[in-house]
Design a binder for this molecule. Sequence first.
Ligand code: ADP
Ligand code: MG
Length: 306
Amino acid sequence: MSVGEFELIYRYFSALGHGPGVDLSVGDDCALLRLEPGERLAVSVDTVVEGVHFPEDMFPEDLGFRAVAVAASDLAAMGARPLAMTVALTLPDSDQLWLHSFSQGVAQAVSEFSLPLVGGDTTRGPLAICVQVMGALPLDSALLRSGASPGDALCVSGTLGDGAAALAVLQGDFTPPEGFEEALLECYLRPRARLALGRELLGVASACIDISDGLLADAGHIAAASGVGLRIQPELLPLSPALAGHAERERVLRWALSGGDDYELCFTLPPGSALPAGCTRIGEVVAGEGVDAGIDLEGSGGFEHF
Ligand code: ADP
Ligand code: MG
């Protein structure tokens, strides 16, 4: 069953728009958001396209959650307080079963990441989801890519490589050890944007980025923006139980170093700063340039579209 454009917006997307900073939500030409005095707006947008960013048989509910999580991860990487989001949807048709399931995933993400859905756009075309997120930051601080100095510790949150390993599972290319498949798939289908950690690192970390394209590629952005080199010790990379005991060490290292889709934070800490819970020191900042993990992985430059 299909449904008209305005009925669609009203039925599936108009009830998720309430939050502390929201003065006006879905239904007018713009939403109106309120910042606290002494704050500025952090804005970012991410598009996911079927067949490029997700497998075509992904459940709409997972897709809805994931599209928001991926965008929210950029707010985490800046240390921003989540404020609200807008979603531009391009749909091949207005299938109600699909829309119901998709909007359930979006609703779960609205609540998980404290990002009310305050507006958007709905058009017909090949399936694509564009999520714009907005957050608040104090006027005088933000977690940039550019503040790392030689002597800082290089750290990551969570475990690495799970997103890439889960994608390999979905593609029939990897069988995880008995009992670990569900947790691994969850890493890919339901990434957890590290918003609380980002806020904890604000004013503490010297540089920060979220790992979306693979550790080497994303750490490379910190190195370039900060004008420093990064030295990674591969034996320190945090691995989940699903990957830690895996026999093919080279494959696991490739996932952890160059697989994308982890949505963990990679950050640098000045000497003397305490390592936050759930994080691991994986190396150090040195004078120089580039990222050196001491091993040569072919094709480890991270994902680029062009
Ligand atoms: P306009 O013509 O002014 O762009 P639209 O007809 O596109 O307005 O949208 C009407 C209202 O519904 C607006 O408030 C818009 O933000 C909201 N909206 C449209 N699509 C979505 C969506 N997919 N999710 C949430 N809000 C939406
Ligand atoms: Mg519009």
